[in-house]
Design a protein around this ligand. Structure first.
Ligand code: NAG
Ligand code: NAG
Ligand code: NAG
Ligand code: NAG
Ligand code: NAG
Ligand code: NAG
Ligand code: NAG
Ligand code: NAG
Length: 319
């Protein structure tokens, strides 16, 4: 119709591009998210009277979702996104570092001009070389990666500010933590908090350091009565959890669980129980011994006129 009235094409095109450039329907951004987290791109549009003909989001020139009378979702984003068809807002979940970049929203309303919005997402992450770490033997580094303007980076270990030491140091810009070598105390959760004057976000990494076993011990009675059921529990501090084996008087019992059960204590079950904890990664082992003795119950039988003077149990070493 416009053409019929003689308005030249060039004028129409300038008007269109002015409208698109002048009014972004998304906030200026960039938005920040952490790996594994979620982020929502909320448009400034209110629910229209008649639904948009088409809502589509693209990222790195791939359509991640196009919603017309049907929805077409890019396979890599199924189960990770939720679209609010009425306003065009998009939620993105289980963020990965590769989600960083510019997202474009294109909306075709039912009447009126096409609307376009753009927003940039920065996903922060802590990277660490993939390697099996063994205490006192391996070294590693953690690098905090985040784009955008960053004024400070802070490191937190297990909820407290990272403690620097001979083996834990920071790069000049705080981007990288060097741990040379790793210790058992290096095991745990690291957070990198990056901030600029308007926002901050935190990336998380769980660092596994294999160590131990240490402090192997047997929990159980030191003495028990004949016929009694006796349960011995072996514990050790170890990453990964230790494997256990039990020996009796120096002979392997073929029991390899953390618990050793003597159903009924007999004369022949009295002696030394040794639990050996083994760490399959560090290849170290550590043992504990429990010297299980027999307990004799002495019951004093008394005359009618003389009440018992002593009643109870008495330990004795089995000979
Ligand atoms: C498309 O997705 C939107 C948002 O999840 C939903 O509201 C709508 O019902 C879907 N339409 C079809 C045809 O599946
Ligand atoms: C590792 O080093 C710590 C102290 O530096 C020491 O206590 C520990 O026994 C060492 N562990 C091993 C398996 O060498
Ligand atoms: C570096 O980290 C320290 C704390 O370890 C902090 O005081 C300092 O502000 C940080 N500097 C930058 C530039 O992030
Ligand atoms: C072992 O036990 C001692 C004493 O209870 C304790 O100080 C130490 O921290 C323990 N070691 C480990 C690795 O848990
Ligand atoms: C050690 O224990 C783990 C589970 O705690 C088990 O998966 C593994 O097979 C055990 N290894 C051996 C050699 O017994
Ligand atoms: C039992 O252990 C004790 C120390 O715990 C040791 O003196 C004794 O020789 C051990 N006996 C046997 C038969 O292993
Ligand atoms: C324990 O020993 C049994 C046989 O003695 C074996 O089949 C099993 O894999 C062992 N399990 C562990 C955890 O070592
Ligand atoms: C185990 O060793 C103890 C000494 O520590 C001994 O008295 C006992 O007879 C031994 N038992 C067996 C079954 O060898």
């Amino acid at each position: 119709q416009s053409m019929d009235k003689g308005i030249p094409w060039a004028v129409v095109m300038i008007l269109l591009s002015d409208v698109c450039a002048g009014e972004n329907i998304l906030p200026p951004g960039p938005l920040s998210g952490a790996v594994g987290g979620r982020v929502k791109f909320t448009t400034s549009l209110s629910r229209p009277e008649s639904p948009f003909l088409s809502v589509s989001w693209s990222f790195k020139s791939v359509n991640i979702i196009t919603s017309t009378s049907t929805n077409i979702t890019e396979p890599g984003h199924t189960n990770r996104i939720s679209l609010d068809r009425a306003t065009g807002s998009l939620e993105l979940r289980n963020l990965v570092p590769e989600d960083s970049g510019e997202y474009t929203l294109t909306i075709i309303p039912d009447g009126g001009l096409q609307r376009i919005g753009r927003i940039t997402l920065n996903v922060a992450t802590i990277r660490s070389p993939a390697a099996v770490l063994i205490e006192n033997q391996s070294s590693t580094s953690l690098t905090c990666e985040a784009s955008g303007s960053i004024s400070t980076r802070e490191w937190i270990k297990d909820g407290r500010f990272l403690h620097l030491s001979d083996s834990v140091s920071l790069s000049m810009d705080n981007r990288t933590v060097f741990i040379r070598p790793v210790h058992s105390s290096s095991h745990g959760t690291y957070q990198c908090r990056v901030s600029n004057p308007v926002s901050s976000l935190t990336a998380v990494l769980h660092l596994t350091v294999n160590y131990g076993p240490y402090n192997t011990s047997i929990i159980g009675p030191s003495a028990a009565s004949p016929g009694q059921k006796v349960t011995l529990q072996c514990t050790a501090v170890s990453i990964p959890p230790a494997n256990f084996s039990w020996a009796f008087n120096g002979t392997d019992t073929h029991v390899n669980t953390s618990v050793f059960v003597i159903e009924k204590l007999e004369y022949k079950s009295i002696g030394n129980y040794t639990c050996t904890a083994r760490n399959m990664v560090t290849k170290k082992e550590n043992s504990a011994v429990l010297d299980l003795r027999g307990k004799m119950v002495i019951i004093w039988t008394c005359g009618i006129n003389s009440p018992p003077e002593v009643s109870g149990e008495q330990d004795r070493s089995h000979v």
